[in-house]
Design a protein around this ligand. Structure first.
Ligand SMILES: [Zn+2]
Length: 689
């Protein structure tokens, strides 16, 4: 049975491989021989290509490990769409069916649908990933449904069930796609007075459940389940593949496929990592959070060249801050660029001792976090196409305190963004030539340092009060993510002027701190463009930045708001004062975290982190649009393709660069198609025998 499969795969591989190689030749460089990073703008989102130079130097064994992990991540990607909205997958499949069958569709209508489809891919649903607000197509419903029926005539597969009619399905989905006021917000953590945050959120972690229903209900699988009402009672539907006497749960097929690939990958891994991968596969099957914990403890102690983050991890999208959403991030260590993070990891205790908060919340020992700069090879689910710039895991505080944490900076993502986003921002929003010159002098270093300190020194720092039972997140609930992001960011800002940076060899002089503060204040100003409507930030990192700069502005004389020729600027006029303010709010936030002080978190975040000055926002938005600044950016990841030898076995894994969002998304859509077909043939063969 296995041999049969290999032969077919060999035949299929021929075409794919050629296409991959050609793309690489044409796509790797632009006409002037320089790398192409910027690919396109979709409404206000910039799309960039990332590269992973280290991959080609891997041994075949290492490449095989990466290949199976790549497959494991793609296998689970649909789960995140479904978690974002109960109809997101269905809508995506309809959009893709139209986009793949365009013959005869009016050109303007098609380009409107393609734009909407790209936005859908970018956000993994019909809600903006940052703003949490619904976006709608620039195409009328009538034209949309006409295009769909043309695509249907072209043979498009809309995945309709028997007896389902395309028109009926579309008219049912109409408000979900076209009505901005129908379920307008994905995750609403601050609904109007008297309204329920679960009912007001379109995200698909709950069905028919309100916050009040949780009273007296104990969740067993808070991180990896959906909660629904059945016969008037709450019930957790767990994400798990099942098997071995365990009933399959949500997305069993996808999780089983992902688990199988993890086990295949384990065949090519060193013994410790093989164990880690098998533990993760086990968790995907049982859905038992104790298994996840066991896996995390093994994972955090396993430093490897090729690593994957895979599962239900971050909780920002859940109004309650409990439900993890699916993500897969495949990484390869970038040895050359890792030395900076290593330096911070080695000096973590030094920074801990110099932290501005009370000694009782300082750690005496920090098991040096494994800090790597990595190439992102794949981001699926919540990790793509919008990519994080750095990651620090695991999230469970007890594991962090006992075993430490792993930190990575996604170096290839950071560079692609940095190069692709023009210096236009600095030109428009820097208050003086001195500031511009300083920014130019230090270039990407400010950014690299900030990310490194945030991830390695920031998140890993501090400890909870001795008498606090459990995890601070359990107390601080919906304010925890904002609080923790602000805390990590503040640790980075606090240390920017430390002469240790020069001593460590990561900064040429402490003047880098000035450039860091300039950029941070300016960033808080330009961030206002991310809230084109409404008057509040929703995303935790944005709230954190707003919180910090508002606090410093209102409580110190460090930052001044300047008006020059009718344009507003944030100018850092006193770096010591800003530094003092940062220390002040940092020790407050640390105390709030350490003592699990919900009311304290709520008060300070509500006061400084959420509401914006809409008049100022209008100005910033207008200036941003005028110079073409993106709301955010997303990346196109590398494409991995197996090369087969005459024997039918894989002899190499090729890396190439799609250079196009649509190409990558449709690649992923069809990633397992041929094998499914292959399996069908396979089964028939067995039947005939
Ligand atoms: Zn962070």
């Amino acid at each position: 049975m296995k041999r049969f499969k290999v032969v077919i795969m060999l035949l299929l591989a021929g075409a794919a491989v050629t296409a991959g190689c050609t793309k690489k030749e044409s796509g790797d460089t632009s006409t002037n021989g320089e790398r192409k990073y910027f690919l396109e703008k979709v409404r206000n989102v910039m799309v960039v290509q990332v590269y992973a130079d280290g991959f080609k130097d891997l041994t075949l064994k290492e490449k095989m490990l990466a290949w199976h992990l790549y497959r494991s991540g793609i296998a689970g990607r649909d789960i995140y769409y479904d978690q974002n909205h109960k109809h997101a997958l269905q809508i995506r499949n309809i959009l893709e069916a139209i986009v793949e069958n365009p013959e005869g569709i009016d050109e303007k209508v098609y380009s409107g649908i393609l734009e909407y489809t790209k936005l859908f891919w970018i956000n993994n649903c019909q809600y903006d990933a940052d703003k949490s607000r619904k976006f709608i197509p620039n195409v009328s419903y009538i034209n949309f449904s006409k295009a769909a029926s043309i695509a249907e005539t072209n043979g498009a597969d809309f995945g309709l069930e028997e007896g389902e009619d395309l028109d009926e399905v579309l008219s049912y989905l109409r408000p979900y796609i076209f009505d901005r006021d129908f379920e307008p917000i994905k995750t609403n953590k601050n609904p109007e007075e008297g309204k329920d945050m679960l009912a007001e959120s379109a995200v698909n972690f709950y069905d028919g459940v309100t916050l009040a229903d949780f009273e007296g209900f104990e969740e067993k699988n808070s991180l990896n389940s959906k909660v629904v009402v059945e016969n008037g009672e709450l019930r957790e539907l767990v994400y798990r593949a099942g098997g071995d006497g365990i009933e399959p749960g949500m997305y069993a097929e996808e999780l089983e496929a992902s688990a199988r690939e993890l086990e295949e990958a384990a065949e090519y891994a060193e013994p410790d990592q093989a164990n880690v991968l098998r533990l993760l596969a086990k968790y995907f099957r049982t859905g038992d959070l104790e298994d996840f914990r066991t896996y995390n403890i093994a994972w955090v102690q396993n430093g490897t060249k090729i690593d994957i983050i895979n599962g239900f991890i971050e909780v920002y999208n859940d109004p309650r801050g409990q439900k993890g959403y699916y993500e897969a991030m495949l990484e390869l260590v970038d040895e050359e660029n890792t030395s900076m993070l290593r330096a911070f990891a080695e000096n973590a205790l030094y920074f801990e001792q110099k932290a501005p908060w009370a000694d009782e919340y300082k750690r005496a020992v920090i098991s040096a976090p494994i800090a790597n700069v990595v190439y992102a090879l794949l981001g699926a689910g919540a990790a793509g196409p919008k990519s994080p710039r750095g990651i620090n895991l695991p999230n469970e505080q007890a594991i962090r305190e006992e075993y430490g944490s792993k930190s990575v900076v996604l170096g290839n993502v950071v560079i692609a963004r940095h190069v692709a986003s023009a210096t236009a921002k600095m030109e428009e929003f820097a208050v003086s030539d001195e500031m511009r010159a300083r920014a130019k002098k230090f270039g990407g270093l400010i950014f690299d340092l900030e990310v490194a300190m945030h991830e390695v020194v920031g998140h890993a720092s501090g400890k909870k009060a001795a008498d606090l039972e459990g995890d601070p997140a359990d107390y601080i609930k919906e304010y925890y993510s904002t609080l923790e992001e602000a805390r990590a960011e503040l640790v980075a800002l606090w240390n920017f002027f430390d002469p240790k940076l020069v001593e460590m060899g990561v900064a040429p002089s402490t003047e880098v701190g000035k450039a860091g503060y300039d950029a941070y204040a300016m960033g808080a100003l330009t961030n206002l463009r991310k809230v084109p409507e409404g008057d509040q930030f929703e995303e935790d990192h944005d709230r954190a930045t707003h919180l910090i700069v508002e606090y410093v502005r209102r409580n110190t004389s460090g930052i001044e708001l300047k008006k020059i020729d009718g344009k507003t600027y944030f100018e850092v006029v006193d770096y010591d004062e800003m530094h003092r303010g940062i220390g002040e709010i940092l020790s407050k936030l640390m105390e709030i975290k350490a003592t699990g002080d919900y009311e304290g978190a709520k008060a300070i975040i509500s006061e400084y982190g959420i509401k914006i000055d809409t008049e100022l926002r209008d100005e910033i938005l207008e200036r941003s649009l005028a110079i073409g600044i993106s709301d955010f950016d997303v990346v196109v990841y590398p494409r991995l393709t197996p090369l087969y030898g005459a024997e039918g076995s894989i002899i190499d894994i090729d890396i190439s660069y799609p250079m196009d969002l649509k190409t990558q998304m449709l690649d992923f859509k069809h990633f397992f198609d041929e094998e499914e077909k292959d399996e069908e043939v396979d089964t028939q063969e067995v039947v005939i025998k």
